[in-house]
Design a protein around this ligand. Structure first.
Ligand code: SIN
Length: 275
């Protein structure tokens, strides 16, 4: 489609593009929505600069792309359960997402996409790395693709979320966190492309294999997926926005700026059962 409203500047040939000429705080017209949607499908993660958005405007933007997802562990700011607070400062013991993962892949129907707005940035550092799981899949040998094709994997939230939000006053005693079984290779419902769908954050086991085999195959896949060949790296500025497609992208939030502050909000969009 010829671009009429936005500009799209690829970051690497495989993944990522910077989008210009749009104000995300305002309702997107049909044409702009379609161009942003198409850019996301093509580049898998898209970046915007200088976007001022209230929480309501952020949620409205997310709703244009689908129903909003409620995080299974984090309560969100008062009155906004659909918002995930992303915050680190000198008191932080851990941060969200500082390992390769696809958001909440432990859900039966994991999120389609996430829109992160960062309003406070450290002097330097705090980049987010994104990796194309299309590129990772396509780079596998044919025998490995054939081996992985019938396999599924278990994704669990328990080890990720238990006690995680106690600093926000959450008592999760008795709470059951999501657990799901998904194909190791999924087909994207819009593009039809195949993507690897295991990640070191949530995936615990390939049930068709022995534990030894499962651990070895997952370790190999994680190492493969982490190749810089499949990646782009986003340098945040105040009021930057990143919008990624969790169905074909993993990301890694770099916590190299301690004790400085990095802060923002994420809206997450519901997805479908992976096939
Ligand atoms: C996340 O959504 O996993 C956090 C990403 C980030 O802070 O860059």
């Amino acid at each position: 489609m010829t671009l009429e409203t936005i500009t799209v500047k690829p970051v690497t040939p495989r993944i990522g593009a910077e989008i210009g000429n749009v104000d995300l705080s305002q309702p997107l017209g049909n044409r702009t929505f379609q161009e942003i949607h198409d850019a996301l499908m093509r580049h898998q993660v898209i970046f915007f600069r200088d976007q001022k958005m209230s929480l309501e405007q952020h949620k409205e933007l997310g709703r244009m792309f689908g129903e909003l997802h409620i995080h299974p562990g984090s309560p969100g700011p008062e009155g906004h359960p659909e918002i995930l607070i992303i915050h680190a400062d000198e008191k932080s013991k851990r941060v969200a997402g500082d390992l390769w993962h696809s958001d909440v892949s432990c859900d039966e129907e994991p999120p389609m996409g996430s829109i992160l707005h960062i309003h406070t940035v450290p002097e330097c550092g705090g980049d987010t790395l994104f990796a194309s799981m299309y590129a990772a899949y396509e780079a596998l040998s044919e025998p490995m693709k054939a081996f992985l094709a019938p396999l599924t994997a278990i994704h669990e939230g328990e080890h990720v979320y238990r006690g995680r939000y106690s600093h926000q006053g959450v008592d999760d005693a008795g709470k059951v966190y999501p657990k799901a079984e998904h194909p190791v290779v999924r087909t994207h419902p819009v593009t039809g492309r195949k993507a690897l769908y295991v990640n070191s954050g949530f995936t615990t086991r390939i049930p068709q294999l022995s534990k030894l085999e499962s651990d070895a195959v997952l370790r190999m896949l994680y190492e493969h997926c982490a190749s810089p060949l499949f990646q782009c790296r986003f340098r945040w500025e105040k009021n930057s926005v990143a919008f990624w497609d969790n169905r074909c992208v993993q990301h890694y939030a770099m916590w190299d700026y301690y004790p400085q502050v990095r802060s923002g909000y994420r809206v997450t969009i519901k997805g479908e059962r992976p096939v």
